[in-house]
Design a protein around this ligand. Structure first.
Ligand code: FEO
Length: 390
């Protein structure tokens, strides 16, 4: 498939994968993207996962039509992109691997047999001419590993963005939700912790005229480039995408905490506040919940007490948020505890090092089942949330 003149897509789609990176559900599969630039010198951009080496190689050979490639550009060494390096070097032994110094070190660690392969180490700002096309390299440490670099091809105005701007989902099935939803889940799941580093690379790229973004996952972006870059600006600066949105995440055992969460949603709606998303943490994909916690400006956590502390799935959820530097949000709490409620105290303590968090009151304590007083408190909380969210 042609991306633009002389730049070909040679990636593959994975519909066998149960969990991407061992943890992320991918109901629509996953794409491992790779590209070929055909010029006086031919460059192959990255490889693919080990289970798709042969299919990918076939795609590459079809584009090459018997010609010899000169370079293999390695933007990222994570094995979903590097596992077929060995095979391509066996097929084309004269290939020079172009990568960062850190990428070279990682290649040697992952694939010791490649220690002596021909490599050209590039640094930030270095250029590589292929003939008509010229690549400029931009290091992008921690987006998503330290060795990552992107490259910009100025003739066609194409950015090869490594993992950035990727999404879950194979490219041969239509995502009914478009790019944003699974790109957001991907971003916050995988790169969310590295907002500062994402901001740094966005700044480096700010003056480039980008017409195409060729990520290592998901579709090639063209008409939506500006919108996607804008979303990356928002996500990486930890600003809420939905300033007036509320996400209620609950963990319930016998349904009373759930009842409180649902009542809060109903009260908000009764007060005309409809931008509310609610999730049962135990039954929804946890990374969908992580995504929503970052998407909305306000988070309501409703949890039962468990073993003198917090119910495990709520603890896991908050841990996911904290490990991704959750900040700049409003938080409200509902706890339940039949004899020694501890959920609120535990949750609040977990956020003590988080920056720019505003707590919304009242904190609601349920003892087993909702009392009339609890119902009134929920009404009061709905009003506070509404007043602080618009
Ligand atoms: Fe798609 Fe960080 O590997």
């Amino acid at each position: 498939m042609l991306v633009t003149k002389d730049i070909y897509y040679v990636g593959v789609n994975d519909h066998q994968l149960d969990l991407f990176e061992g943890q992320y559900e991918v109901p629509l599969g996953m794409a491992y993207n790779s590209y070929v630039i055909v010029d006086e010198k031919i460059a192959i951009m990255d490889t693919v996962d080990i289970n798709f080496t042969e299919e990918w190689l076939k795609n590459v050979k079809e584009v090459l039509e018997g010609k010899e490639p000169t370079y293999l550009i390695v933007h990222h060494v994570e094995p979903d992109h590097s596992a077929s390096i060995q095979k391509i070097l066996e097929t084309y032994p004269n290939l020079t691997v172009v990568c960062s110094q850190q990428a070279s070190n990682l290649i040697n660690q992952f694939y010791p047999s490649l220690k002596d392969c021909k490599k050209e180490i590039v640094k930030d700002g270095d250029c590589l001419s292929l003939g008509t096309h010229e690549l400029t390299f931009y290091t992008a440490p921690m987006v998503h590993w330290p060795e990552v670099m992107m490259s910009y091809e100025k003739t066609s105005k194409v950015l090869f963005s490594a993992d950035a701007f990727g999404k879950f989902g194979a490219n041969d099935v239509e995502d009914p939700e478009g790019w944003t939803c699974e790109a957001r889940r991907y971003y916050f799941g995988i790169v969310g912790k590295f907002g500062i580093q994402v901001q740094a690379i966005l700044k480096k790229l700010a003056n480039l005229e980008i017409e195409y973004i060729c990520s290592l996952h998901g579709p090639i972006l063209h008409e939506s480039v500006q919108d996607c870059v804008k979303l990356y600006q928002t996500w990486s600066s930890y600003e809420a995408e939905e300033e007036e949105g509320i996400f209620i995440a609950y963990a319930s055992i016998y349904g009373h905490t759930k009842e409180a969460a649902l009542l809060l949603q109903k009260e908000l709606e009764a007060q005309g506040y409809t931008n509310v998303k609610i999730s049962d943490l135990a039954r929804e994909d946890i990374y969908e919940c992580v995504e929503n916690a970052f998407r909305y400006s306000t988070l309501v956590l409703a949890s039962v007490t468990y073993n003198g502390g917090l119910f495990p799935i709520m603890k896991e959820f908050i841990d996911h948020l904290l490990s991704r530097d959750y900040k700049k949000r409003k938080i409200a709490f509902i706890e339940n505890g039949s004899w020694g409620p501890m959920a609120y105290k535990t949750m609040k303590t977990m956020f003590e090092n988080s920056k720019e968090i505003t707590y919304i009151e009242p904190v609601i304590t349920i003892k087993s089942s909702l009392t009339e007083e609890n119902q009134n408190q929920i009404k009061e909380l709905a009003t506070s949330l509404k007043n602080t969210s618009i």
